[in-house]
Structure formats: C-alpha cells, structure tokens
Ligand binder design. Structure first.
Ligand code: NCD
Length: 305
C-alpha cells in the first residue's frame, strides 16, 4: 500500500505518468465519471482549508466516489484527546483512502504507519504540501511544456510556506533550474533547504526586492505571509504587505512569465493583475482537481477506464 507524504515519494517517471493521467482526465472527464464508484475518501482536516479540502472532495465526487470527514479539529475526537494513530485506525474501516491536514509537522506520517488505507498528506504544519506541489508541477508542465530549464522566483514567506518547501525539493530532480528566493530577511528560506541546494550544486540567489529580479524570471511563485505560524501579531503586521505584485511591477517582467500562487491570496497580488494573461493562479487551482483525481486513482490502483 502506498501513501503520499512528500513529493519525492513518486519517482520522476511516476510523476510523468500521473500528469499524463491527469491530462487525460481533463480532456475526457466523462470517461472517468465512474472510475471510483463505491469508493470512499475521508478528509481529516485538523486545520482550516477551503481549496485543498474541497479540491479533494471535488476530485473524488467527479470520479463517482463518495466523501466523508471533518474540517476542523474541534469537531473531531481530537478535541477529546484522541491520537491521530487511533483516529486513522478507525477511519480505515470507514473509508478506502484518506487525505489528512494537520498543524503538526509529521502527523500524517505517524497516521500512515498505523493506517489500513492509503494516506495523503494534505499539508503538515510548515513542513510539506505534496499535492499542492503536484498541482504546481502539472501547471508548469502544461503551460510551459517542460519541467526542465527555467528560472523560478519564489517570493514572500519562504520560512513558513510549506508549498515553497515542497516545490523546491521536487524541482531539485529536474535539469537546469535556477532559483531566486525573494523574501524579507526575517522570512528567508530555511537553512536545511539551502544546504540541500548546496549539496546538489544547484545555483540560487537570495534577494529582498522583487523589482530587482522579476525581469529574469520564467515563473514567479507568489506566496502569502503565513499569519497562523507567527509567534506575535506585530511581526505579522510589519511583514504582511512587504510584497504586492501590481500591473506596474509586471511591466518589468517578461511577456511569457507565469505568475503562480497556491492561494489563498491576501494582499500580495493586486486584483488588477488577475486579468493579465500571465496570471495563471486560478487555472492552477483547476489543475489541482485533475491531479488529485489522478492521485486518488493511482493510490487506489484503479485501472484507466
Ligand atoms: C496553501 C497551504 O495550505 O499551505 N494553501 C493551499 O493549500 N492551497 C498555501 C497557504 O495557505 O498560503
């Protein structure tokens, strides 16, 4: 039985097959409408989410399956002190696959060791968010045609942003990728990630001003300042509007640069940017459903119809 804890749990070839399947689903949704008839997905969300949880629910429903679950820790037995290990053992009798989000790093991994069904990490604290990374990779592959040979700028909260951590790790397996990390000094990328880049001999730069590097980018990955992971409100208030992407700043960028964002957006991208053809974050959210459909089918070992 396979779980998905980290994007590296799938080889590059396996990811290619997953994205091929996701593209096929996107092109022929009706063909897949009964692929998961009779199957049940449990969404165990101990931390708030709209996109990820509903994206999973939409994915399973579009495959003909059903969904049950909870969307906050206070409405689950965690409020009574139940461990994730016990919860997943019970859920293993209620569902065929589980997507779990938890504020504690490693909680879905602990659950997976006790689970009788595949577990998908839907975000664990500031650590990893593999299905967002699958979404990001599929978006880049679909809109650029390849996952090799580009310069990506990751901008915003690089310290607490789990989507950034997962995406960098995943991109380290592709060729000729240059990273530019754009953040205030307080929110710079953690050392364990730059250590990995150094060990692999991958080149990267760290800059503070978005305007200084936007013109070099093929992809700009914007992120929200992760308020819920700050220790005090004052720091959050000081840093929250450090970056705001506007049409004026976009004039400095290449005509074919893509702007990605895992969403939710707060202020870091001005709404005027949404109409620019380079802004692809809402399309990205749509790819997220297809890639989760492909993932559910893969982990449940369901043949293509
Ligand atoms: C991200 C997350 O939860 O880490 N959201 C998402 O899953 N689409 C990004 C964020 O919350 O900023």
């Amino acid at each position: 039985m396979r779980h998905l804890m980290n994007p590296l749990d799938f080889s590059v070839d396996e990811l290619e097959s997953l994205f091929d399947l996701a593209e096929n689903i996107a092109a022929n949704p009706a063909k897949y409408a009964h692929a998961c008839d009779g199957r049940i997905l449990a969404t165990c969300f101990y931390e708030p989410s709209t996109r990820t949880r509903l994206s999973f629910e939409s994915a399973m429903t579009r495959l003909g399956g059903r969904v049950l679950g909870f969307s906050e820790a206070s409405s689950s037995s965690a409020a009574k002190g139940e461990s994730v290990s016990d919860t997943i053992r019970v859920i293993s009798s209620y569902a065929d696959i589980c997507a779990m989000r938890h504020p504690k790093e490693g909680a879905p991994m602990v659950a997976a060791t006790r689970s009788g069904i595949p577990v998908i990490n839907a975000g664990d604290g500031g650590h990893q968010h593999p299905t967002q990374t699958l979404t990001d990779l599929m978006t880049i592959r679909a809109l650029r045609g390849s996952l090799n040979g580009f310069t990506i700028g990751l901008c915003g909260d690089l310290k607490f942003g789990r989507t950034v951590h997962s995406l960098i790790e995943a991109l380290l397996r592709y060729d000729n990728i240059r990273f530019i990390f754009i953040s205030p000094p307080e929110l710079r990328i953690p050392d364990y990630i730059t250590d990995r880049l150094n060990a692999k001999g991958v080149s990267y730069e760290e800059v503070i001003r978005l305007e200084d590097s936007i013109g070099e980018l093929d992809i700009l990955y914007m992120t929200r300042v992760q308020r819920e992971r700050f220790f005090n409100e004052e720091d959050y208030v000081r840093l929250k509007d450090f970056y705001v992407l506007t049409n004026e700043k976009l004039q400095l960028a290449r005509n074919n640069m893509l702007v990605l964002h895992p969403l939710p957006r707060v202020n870091e991208i001005s709404v005027e940017v949404d109409d620019d053809p380079r802004a692809v974050y809402f399309r990205q959210a749509k790819y997220g459903v297809y890639v989760r459909m492909a993932l559910i089918m893969t982990l449940l070992e369901i043949e293509r119809p």
